[in-house]
Design a protein around this ligand. Structure first.
Ligand SMILES: [Zn+2]
Ligand SMILES: [Zn+2]
Length: 343
């Protein structure tokens, strides 16, 4: 088969490689759509401690396709089935799985290799996180089930109540999906970003009530506060960029007792400085949720299937998998939100 292989930061090759063999509990999926993701862009630039275990490595982790082969022990699936799979599944045995904190499983083995003709789905994922695609959904739409699942968990942990004012800072695909899900929770949503394409999508896809263009706003804090009841601050804010300096800033956007969701993962080794008075005496709750669970993955596919999140609007380009480097360039230049790659 042909696949995109990651060799080192800045070096990926679209080349002939071995079609994976499957074990009795596994399936082989023929990829129909693989989506680009911010994580892929970061990985391309600097590698990834969890995703790239050896080189050359497969690349890409958001996908949907058709089952090509099933192992002898697989139940409920057959060749020809349209499916979507998450990029991991909890082991069910470790300390955190036993606590029910499945997203924190110590043995999350992140799957990589979706920018290819075929992908092998490990047994844990086949058993827990392989889902049939509803008939009316396209492969492009279904492939969003994984990225959206992260946001489904992130929104749940934020605990938004109807009528609250929620801010989202950073409008990549994750930020945009936060805008949409916060709206579905009944919040009034203020979206802030710098890219005109993404600011437009905050309204058209996310249905944001207010949009703040950070490039044209000299005092973003003032701009946020002015949009909240009595200027007291947001009930909740989500940082969806992953920059320590932004983590520090968004804390000042919430009211007393507000919730700060630091969702964007920062470069490892970085630190932040926080005002203890603000956190203690203002009773601010800081959370930083990560990843998803099988439950959130199912809820995510259902939201897409029910038409609650019109993910198609996030696809700005479609191209052949061999054009991966061009796709990454488009992301770097801020011209793409999601690119649907096709083998
Ligand atoms: Zn992703
Ligand atoms: Zn576990």
């Amino acid at each position: 088969m042909k696949a995109v292989m990651f060799y080192k930061p800045g070096v990926v090759k679209y080349e002939e490689t071995q079609t994976p063999e499957i074990n009795p509990g596994e399936v082989l999926i023929k990829i129909e759509t693989a989506l680009t993701c911010g994580t892929d862009v970061k990985t391309y630039k600097r590698g990834h401690p969890l995703l790239i275990k050896e080189v050359p490595s497969g690349f890409g982790h958001e996908f949907a396709g058709v089952i090509y082969k099933t192992g002898s022990e697989v139940e409920g699936f057959k060749p020809g089935d349209r499916v979507v799979a998450a990029n991991s599944a909890p082991c069910g045995k470790c300390y955190y799985c036993r606590l029910g904190e499945l997203n924190l499983c110590e043995n999350l083995d992140l799957l990589n290799g979706a920018f290819a003709d075929f992908i092998r789905i490990p047994e844990l994922i086949t058993r827990q996180n392989l889902l049939h695609i509803p008939e009316h959904l396209t492969f492009d739409e279904s492939a969003f089930a994984e990225p959206l699942a992260n946001v489904v968990l992130g929104i749940q942990k934020t605990g938004i109540k109807p009528g609250q004012t929620v801010g989202v800072v950073g409008l990549g695909p994750i930020g945009l999906m936060f805008v949409r899900l916060a709206k579905l929770k009944g919040a009034r949503v203020i979206a802030a970003g710098r890219n005109p394409l993404k600011l437009r999508l905050a309204r058209e896809f996310g249905q944001a009530d207010e949009v703040i263009n950070l490039l044209e706003t000299p005092d973003p804090k003032r701009a946020f506060l002015d949009l909240t009841p009595e200027g007291k601050g947001l009930d909740a804010v989500v940082e969806a960029v992953g920059l320590p300096e932004l983590w520090e800033k968004v804390i000042d956007l919430v009211r007393k007792g507000g919730t700060v969701n630091l969702f964007g993962g920062c470069k490892s080794g970085t630190t932040v400085t926080l005002d203890t008075r603000r956190i203690h005496y203002d009773g601010i709750k800081i959370i930083s949720p990560f990843h998803h669970t099988p439950l959130h993955f199912r809820e995510s596919l259902k939201l897409i299937s029910d038409g609650m999140v019109d993910v198609k609007k996030l696809i700005t380009h479609k191209m052949h998998i061999s054009r991966i480097e061009e796709a990454i360039k488009l992301h770097n230049e801020g011209k793409a939100v999601k690119i649907a790659l096709k083998p």
